[in-house]
Design a protein around this ligand. Structure first.
Ligand SMILES: Cc1ncc(C[n+]2csc(CCOP(=O)(O)OP(=O)(O)O)c2C)c(N)n1
Ligand SMILES: CC(=O)[C@@H](O)[C@H](O)COP(=O)(O)O
Ligand SMILES: [Mg+2]
Length: 636
């Protein structure tokens, strides 16, 4: 980590109360110091750098003008919250950011009273802020103002409009700050993004309409109405946030989100004068002061050298699952022009940026709009295309009703490429892909697969491309594969068929997904005790391979299932099958190893799986217990 920046003003800040006595000039200087501190801190931990750098002035101004934590400040996604955390008493813990037992990379209620609402999934801030505002209106004495800071990317999320619509209807005082940096993770997509650009493209008109507003005031009253309508028409035609005003908000902006003086002036005025919902449109630069010129604006970074900007990434010895997915899909799409692909604002994260380079007309970024993305795919499937929805497990939760109602119920052949399945590491509990097996395997018509390694993933992409008789999903973990031999091209798998990995005796371990490597590591340890389990890779959670499961159950004393998912998934369906076939009556010992029924905070992925009890030593222990070996050893 480079040497600490010189921050004399920031050193005097224990919390936002210390901003109250500062002059505007000091607050401007404080912002410079806060930006340097943010860069310094993230250089030592890695994390989301660009979005925080874009809101440094906004963070200082908000905490200077409003009375946090009584005034509730809610950050959308909250990946931009690092300056906020530094100002709210957590500067000395920033070196623990996104690490085991450290600070979360997002706002978190349990972490600080200055984090009134947790986030990480996008587009939730206005709804939450409106909830606080209504709490205040209904007499919650300790709630002051409710302030949501939402990015232009997050504003492409449907629930943001649901909240804007409701706020405009309720007409209660609510402050929404649109942090518009013309970036999502990638350049933003959508009509809203171009509308916002017009707002400040026409900014000179903003001055004009201000002048017009003043001029109207000098007209004799009978003419004022006509002049006012003329002003509205001009504003409506060009700038002026008409969309927001039509939704019942007062609109202020666009203002320069890095100009401390205008920020302070606008916020102080709004604080005194706002009576209903108001939207302040602040234009900022993502990555300001360090990464604003980078293509990704420094959205996410590993640890880095501040002087050179060089990231310190761990060397990789295997391709990432994401890259294998993208390359495999490109192979399939080259042979079948019905294949199209959809991402919800995560082109690079899902690897679809590679697909788009090859097939630009067949790749769609719908913005942060998973609900729309799923049903958009359903429509394309109904039209005879072969859509692949590439959506992280955790973000697919946002489109669940669309999965049930528009895809499963109509039995439409949408392919779901579910990346970041299982525990994901530094992003912590909000991003864990824990539930997709459970939330998909209970749906009729679905076929569910999980890749044990990158070779299996390639076969599963080919399987999904060939599978046209209904919805099919395949899941794979975040990060690198195991470095196994890769087939040139994927071969479609027989639907509902698993595979034996090693023959053994007494106990069978049936793995679904990428825990297989840990199972094999456990078997190496068990071999030293003369125990050789049978190991099988289920490949499918739906339809189950009945024949394989029943033969394993009938041919062993014990059967153990393992998966990178919560209860209610693969193991539950195996138990259901065994119970319905009366297999338990013959005394089979059955154990199902799943993620525990609790949220697991951020740590390294293997640390998280250790906490979850799904590592090789846990599997070894399970085998020993189920065979009573430990008990016998203790008695011996
Ligand atoms: C529901 C959901 N989908 C996708 C994401 C991934 N994601 C995190 S930040 C981000 C872009 C946010 O853009 P914006 O709101 O403009 O914030 P900025 O990074 O520009 O500050 C996306 C797509 C998410 N957090 N939540
Ligand atoms: C803030 C956010 O939600 C995304 O940036 C997410 O952190 C990306 O996750 P990956 O790093 O796994 O692509
Ligand atoms: Mg943005």
């Amino acid at each position: 980590m480079t040497e600490r920046p010189h921050t004399p003003l920031l050193d005097r800040v224990a919390g936002p109360a210390d901003l109250k006595g500062m002059s505007d000039r000091d607050l401007t200087q404080l912002a410079h110091e806060l930006r340097a501190e943010t860069i310094h801190a993230v250089s030592g931990t890695g994390g989301h750098l660009g979005s925080g750098l874009g809101v440094v002035e906004l963070t200082v101004a908000l905490h200077a003008v409003f009375d946090t934590p009584r005034d509730r400040l809610i950050w959308d996604v909250s990946h931009q919250c690092y300056p906020h955390k530094i100002l709210t008493g957590r500067r000395d813990r920033m070196h623990t950011l996104r690490q085991k037992d450290g600070l979360s990379g997002f706002t978190k209620r349990a972490e600080s009273p200055y984090d009134p609402f947790g986030a990480a999934h996008s587009s939730t801030s206005i709804s939450a802020a409106l909830g606080f505002a209504m709490g205040r209106e209904l007499g919650a004495p300790e709630v002051g103002d409710a302030i949501a800071v939402i990015g232009d990317g997050a504003l492409s999320g449907g629930m943001a409009y649901e909240a804007l619509n409701h706020a405009g209807h309720l007409k209660k005082r609510l402050i929404v700050i649109l942090n518009d940096n013309e970036m999502s993770i990638a350049p933003p997509v959508g009509a809203m993004s171009s509308y916002l650009s017009r707002l400040y493209a026409g900014a000179p008109f903003q001055d004009f309409t201000t002048a017009a507003k003043t001029a109207v005031g000098f007209l004799p009253p009978p003419l004022q109405e006509g002049a006012r309508r003329a002003k509205e028409m001009i504003k409506g035609m060009t700038v002026g946030g008409t969309l927001f005003e039509e939704l019942g908000f007062s609109y202020v902006g666009p203002i320069d989100g890095h100009d401390m003086e205008s920020l302070l002036q606008v916020l102080r005025t709004v604080k005194v004068r706002a009576t209903g919902p108001i939207l302040i449109h602040a234009v900022t630069q993502k990555g300001k002061g360090y990464a604003e010129h980078r293509a990704d604006r420094g959205h996410a970074t590993a640890k880095f050298d501040v002087a050179t900007g060089e990231q310190k990434k761990a060397p990789s010895n295997a391709p990432s699952y994401t890259k294998v997915f993208a390359q495999s899909l490109i192979q399939e799409a080259a042979e079948d022009d019905r294949i199209v692909a959809v991402t919800a604002a995560m082109p690079d994260g899902t690897g679809l940026n590679l697909f788009a380079e090859r097939f630009p007309a067949r790749c769609f970024d719908v913005g942060i709009a998973e609900q729309h993305g799923v049903t958009f795919c359903a429509g394309m499937a109904a039209a005879g295309l072969k859509p692949f929805a590439a959506i992280y497990s955790t973000f697919l939760q946002r489109g669940y009703d669309q999965v049930v109602h528009d895809v499963a119920l109509q039995n439409l052949p949408v392919r779901f490429a579910i990346d970041r399945a299982g525990l994901v590491g530094a992003d912590g509990a909000t991003h864990a892909g824990s539930f997709d097996i459970a939330y998909l395997s209970n749906l009729p018509n679905f076929t569910i697969m999980a890749a044990a390694d990158e070779a299996e993933l390639r076969h599963m992409v080919a399987t999904a491309a060939a599978h046209d008789s209904g919805p099919i999903a395949f899941r794979f973990p975040r990060g690198e594969g195991v470095g196994c031999e890769m087939p040139e091209r994927g071969e479609p798998l027989e639907i509902g068929r698993g595979r034996i990995v090693q023959e053994g005796e007494r106990v069978a371990i049936l793995s679904f997904g990428a825990r297989l490597r840990e199972v094999e590591a456990a078997c190496e340890k068990l071999a030293a005790r003369g125990i050789k389990p049978t190991v099988a890779d289920a490949r499918f959670a739906k339809p189950l391979d009945r024949e394989l499961i029943l033969s394993l159950a009938q041919g062993h004393e014990a059967l153990i299932t393992i998966e990178e998912g919560a209860v209610g998934g693969f193991g539950s369906h195996v138990a259901q099958l065994l119970a319905s076939e009366g297999v338990f009556d013959s005394g089979l010992r059955f154990r199902s190893m799943v993620l525990p029924d609790r949220f697991i905070d951020q740590a390294g992925p293997s640390q998280m799986y250790e906490s979850a009890g799904l590592q090789a030593e846990d599997i070894e222990g399970m085998v020993l217990r189920v065979l009573d070996v430990e008990v016998l050893e203790r008695r011996a």
